[in-house]
Design a protein around this ligand. Structure first.
Ligand SMILES: *Cc1c(COP(=O)(O)O)cnc(C)c1O
Length: 355
């Protein structure tokens, strides 16, 4: 158990209108902070007013990107309760990222306690309108003032939050995706399975080029063979091919998404045959041509489920499901968001209340 001190914000901000929120631009009144120093371990856990902190420009994170983060959400139920979706999964995944980036781990219970502490302080910020939520960003940065290349001996763990509006204010519209054939996001042995800022830095260029050409995101291929599908943008990806749900296996360069895991658990419970294996772009386009590619969708905390309506590779364009959201995609979206918003029962015990 952490002994978390609390300094209330003397100047709370007015609550924003959930209809005009732009993702990630409005922050709540408080943040959670905790320091690490070699020899002392994690210490000084606190919730204090959200605001800027001073850092020397020699701070290690600015130079060698020893940084990891998580992304998760709190939701308000129709009865007004505030709940987190599978926070222990985020705790476990953050520690897996920590091990890869030589960052000291945080006990799972402490991680969840820290998230609860800041969400509880800002519980009024969890919007109640349908489709809205509070996005939570826990992260750890290396804070040694040193340009030597080695693991930092001091770190800051922080949790900041922003209210987010409905992801699909105009209803779910399937997105257009193209196969990225130049850049790769991750390679086996690298950091693809972690949520580290460096992965995102490496992926920005492909995303920009996709947008320039009128696509929402890229379909990433593996870095060695440039053949097997890994993810779509910063989401995991699933396909329904001839009745079977197929998703890239977790080979080390694919991020183990919690939405992915939850979808697979639901699908297996519903009796679908589910395959986690290598899926080549060739197989996908062949399936599309013969008509057996029935549905395609991305999964991630932000959108939950994002249907794919068109796939492009070079000059080839194939429509998926007539460009409409598929029935299984819709069922996954309705079930997951129903559990999260508390409009459906939670038979798996995924929701964790914030007191
Ligand atoms: C966070 C993330 C996902 C989705 O993970 P969730 O836990 O479902 O939000 C997928 N791919 C990448 C690269 C990510 O960073």
């Amino acid at each position: 158990m952490l002994d978390i001190s609390f300094t209330p914000n003397p100047n709370p901000k007015p609550r924003p209108d959930p209809d005009t929120l732009v993702f990630g631009k409005t922050f709540t009144d408080h943040m959670f902070l905790m320091n690490y120093d070699a020899g002392q371990g994690w210490h000084h856990p606190r919730v204090e007013p959200y605001g800027p902190l001073p850092f020397e420009l020699s701070c290690m994170v600015f130079h060698y990107a020893q940084e990891i983060f998580e992304g998760m959400k709190a939701y308000r139920t129709p009865e007004g309760k505030v709940r987190l979706f599978r926070p222990y999964e985020n705790a476990r995944r953050m520690n897996s990222s920590c091990r890869r980036l030589c960052i000291p781990e945080i006990p799972e219970e402490d991680f969840v306690q820290a998230v609860k502490a800041v969400v509880s302080a800002d519980r009024d910020w969890v919007p109640d309108k349908a489709g809205t939520s509070l996005y939570i960003r826990p992260f750890i940065i290396a804070t040694d003032c040193s340009l030597g290349v080695h693991a930092s001996r001091s770190y800051l763990f922080a949790v900041i939050c922003c209210p987010v509006g409905a992801y699909y204010p105009e209803g779910i519209n399937p997105v257009k995706i193209y196969v990225e054939d130049q850049d790769v996001r991750a390679v086996k042995g690298g950091t693809g399975f972690t949520k580290c800022g460096g992965n995102y830095a490496a992926s920005i260029r492909a995303g920009e080029r996709a947008e320039e050409q009128g696509f929402s995101q890229v379909l990433w291929l593996d870095g060695v063979h440039r053949k097997y599908i890994e993810e779509v943008g910063s989401m995991n990806v699933m396909f329904k091919i001839g009745g079977t749900v197929v998703t890239p296996e977790l080979t080390g360069s694919v991020l183990p998404g919690i939405t992915r895991k939850s979808c697979l658990e639901l699908l297996r419970d519903w009796g679908y045959s589910v395959e986690e294996r290598l899926v080549s772009a060739r197989e996908l386009f062949d399936a599309a041509q013969t008509g057996s590619l029935e549905e395609a969708w991305g999964t991630g905390t932000a959108a939950v489920v994002s249907p794919i309506g068109l796939l492009a590779e070079g000059e080839t364009r194939v429509e998926v499901g007539g460009g409409q959201i598929g029935r299984l995609t819709q069922r996954l979206y309705d079930t997951l968001t129903g559990i999260q918003w508390g409009t459906e029962p939670d038979p798996y015990g995924w929701m964790v209340p914030v007191e």
